[in-house]
Design a protein around this ligand. Structure first.
Ligand code: ADP
Length: 201
């Protein structure tokens, strides 16, 4: 896939197979788009999310698997593909288009996987930044993604995050946000600032 139309065509043409389980359909999407390592990251996030919560295990598992389903769209195509799909783009996302992957993933979860549950869609849509009035479900997916990150080695903030997690998921989220903001992020996303303000009080 090299052109915007190829990405959009793949999304438009993807069909759930009724003879496959839901998870196998998700795996097939990652296989066909050559992003199977992201499927494995999704599985880790899904397991972590379920272990962090006593409720909503099935929905958390699905959100975990799908949160990075847009991984096949290269960063330099995020903006043009989002615009073609009529996804609302903020000024900060225009400046740092990789931040659009959360909205692109929510779009694909809805259009390709028929996810209608707002709990799942909203959590996918804010898994990188959180947002104002985030739910506990959003917070769990956000944290699980930071704990089971998709890079090699141990996340530099993990020890402090786990220690804060003994107090509350809110404190743990603040540890990650403080870490991100003190390491010269390319941009401060307004959803992240709004979430941070609400986490502090
Ligand atoms: N404000 C930001 N500016 C620049 N990069 C960011 C910002 N927020 C997150 N990132 C980076 O975006 C990438 C994706 O983050 P995230 O969505 O949390 O992980 P994942 O892709 O595994 O779901 C990470 O490399 C993260 O450091």
């Amino acid at each position: 896939m090299r052109e915007n139309t190829d990405y959009i065509e793949y999304i438009n043409n993807f069909k759930l197979k009724t003879n496959q389980s839901f998870i196998d359909n998700i795996k097939r999407f990652y296989q066909e788009t050559e992003t199977i390592s992201t499927f494995h990251h999704g599985q880790m996030v899904a397991k972590e999310a379920v272990s962090l919560s006593k409720k909503h295990s099935e929905q958390l598992y699905q959100a975990g698997l799908l949160h990075d389903i847009s991984a096949f769209i290269p960063k330099n195509k995020h903006l043009s593909v989002s615009e073609k799909l009529h996804i609302p783009v903020l000024k900060e996302e225009r400046q740092v288009p990789l931040l659009l992957h959360q909205k692109l993933s929510a779009y694909i979860a809805r259009e390709c996987f028929q996810i209608k549950d707002p709990l799942i869609l909203n959590a996918i849509e804010c898994h990188t930044t959180l947002k104002k009035d985030f739910t506990n479900f959003d917070l769990i997916i956000f944290l699980a993604d930071k704990i089971a990150w998709d890079q090699s080695g141990t996340p530099p903030y993990l020890k402090d995050l786990n220690s804060a997690l003994k107090d509350s998921p809110q404190k743990a989220a603040l540890v990650y946000i403080d870490y991100l903001l003190s390491h010269n992020p390319l941009i401060i996303h307004p959803w992240l600032s709004a979430a941070q303000k609400q986490l502090i009080v």
